[in-house]
Design a protein around this ligand. Sequence first.
Ligand code: HEC
Ligand code: HEC
Length: 220
Amino acid sequence: MRPQYLWKSSTCTPALMWLCGALLAGCSLPSVAGEEPAEAQAAPALVDAAPALTTGCADCHGVDGLAAENLDAPVIAGMPAVHLEEAVYAYRDGARQCRYEPLMCETVKHTSDERIADLAEHYASQPRKSSKETYDRELAAKGEKIHARLCAGCHVPPDAPDVADALGIPLHGQRGVYLRYALKSYQDGRRENLLGAMAAKLKQVDSDDIEALVNYYASY
Ligand code: HEC
Ligand code: HEC
């Protein structure tokens, strides 16, 4: 059976995890007959399948993943497929809790593994554009230094050539409101820190540093 949660999979050590993730993303298991009858019937044969595939998700994240219509939802365009799947599985099993948008967790709970793999491929292939938020230059400059010291080893910009192999999810161009909320959630224990190494770095930042980092990522 497909592991629901790649981070905790016993066969995936941190070093092997990305390889495991890539293999899993590349070879989804054949679905059991009759597993998802309602969904199978619901998928219409469209020339452009993206709107049908993203039904539900698109209300908040958009078909293109830029979430232009819902400023409370994170940008997921250009997020490597492996990361997208892992984030969804983290919401499904409760490692990430949907405190301000319970419908996000409800939606992914009722989405099949196969469809999540297709959605991950779709959103990963969408161009990541900056959310063009206003930011404070001084804070952004401070944030750039903190990022270089503590975060750059894992979090690379979405257009970096090695983004799909990087351990962290791309943060540059992500919405400030979401980043602030996500960072505070890790610090307050509302999100399980899936990687001990990141938890150690987050212990070294205070709320002023978080503001600086958020302004830096908004400057992308
Ligand atoms: C009602 C709005 C809504 C719907 C519907 C929705 N999402 Fe979300 N999504 C959100 C919000 C808000 C968050 C942040 C939630 C949190 O961490 O509390 C989020 C988080 C995510 C993340 C994590 C982003 C990151 O940077 O780590 C992914 C991936 C994601 N959603 C994919 C999906 C997919 C795929 C679907 C459809 C099956 C979907 N979402 C449906 C609003 C929504
Ligand atoms: C050792 C690698 C590593 C380091 C260093 C690291 N992170 Fe992460 N980060 C990750 C991984 C892996 C994830 C995704 C898994 C998770 O949710 O815990 C993540 C997730 C995140 C998220 C959630 C992104 C999203 O889209 O939901 C934020 C925000 C974040 N990190 C910020 C930071 C900041 C700020 C720093 C530096 C102070 C940092 N990280 C350092 C590996 C790292």
